[in-house]
Design a protein around this ligand. Sequence first.
Ligand SMILES: [Zn+2]
Length: 65
Amino acid sequence: MFLTILHAKAESAGREAIAVDPRNTSRTCPNCGHVSKENRPTQEKFHCQSCGHNAHADTVGATNV
Ligand SMILES: [Zn+2]
């Protein structure tokens, strides 16, 4: 049951339009504003799929906040 709930949350978090998800800050390109989970190939790295901006994910999140 607990695992099922976690799985459901993970799926909803992967959708595009989650304006209130605080994790979106780490998916938003500080250079062009493009938001995509694809911008985060790994937990640590940020690579914008729109403009190609590269950064450390922690830096990106801090910048957007
Ligand atoms: Zn960008």
